[in-house]
Design a binder for this molecule. Sequence first.
Ligand code: FES
Length: 109
Amino acid sequence: MVGRLAELPHGTTKKFKLRCQGNTVEGLLIGYEEKIFAYVNRCCHISLSMDWVDNQFFTEDKRHLVCANHGATYEPTTGECIWGPCLGEFLQSVPIKIDEGNILAFCPE
Ligand code: FES
């Protein structure tokens, strides 16, 4: 389990770690309009974590995710970069399953 539904209202995020094929992958849960999305915390521009201030990913208006490094801006529901140096690319999504309020995450492909 990497999180609980109740702790991710709209505009909040939570980081988690997964062990995948011997490597640790840092993921990111996103609460957005009563749904949960999950991505690998790795910007499409350069392979870096997107948060400088720990666990801060949302723009001020809570509509988009933003990479603190050079400002790439992503659509929370699809992971598509809609502004910035990696325009049109997608964050790698992490498969999740919600079971009785518990969020389970699985290694991305
Ligand atoms: S590393 Fe994310 S915008 Fe450059």
